[in-house]
Design a protein around this ligand. Sequence first.
Ligand code: THU
Length: 154
Amino acid sequence: MECGATMSDETMTRDLLEAARGAALTAYAPYSGFHVGAAFRFDDGTVIAGSNFENASYGLAICAETAAAIAANLQGRRTGLVEVAIMGGPLGDDGALAPTAAPVTPCGRCRQVMNELAQLGGTDPVVYSGHATGWIEHRLSVLLPAAFGPANLE
Ligand code: THU
């Protein structure tokens, strides 16, 4: 970027989705064949990604968003989560991700996991769910209304 130039919101969203696409290429998904990447952007611009990690005991699969949350914690990031991008699909013959026609909205467990980070930092991140030709977006509070979080334990 040139000095003084600012990236548009749309460019930033596309960049975050590309980070998620890149992360999806690291997924370990031999059982489902569904490779997912998630990229979290924090308020200082830091991007931390994760990918799904499956298990021979199928039900123990760890989703990309949960992997990203754990990676964020490992880097000491528990506040300031402002945006999340998710991309998923099979890999094509060329090894590239072939995103599905349907947007990859986060599973219920991952909504709850992301809510923990969001509530710790008092944010309501925008979640971009990628699909073959673009994305849809929701606030996390829309995906998980009336969420149970840290404050409920006080
Ligand atoms: N998966 C994710 O990583 N994130 C989601 O939000 C939905 C599902 C993974 C879990 C499993 O490895 C594969 O996608 C198929 O369900």
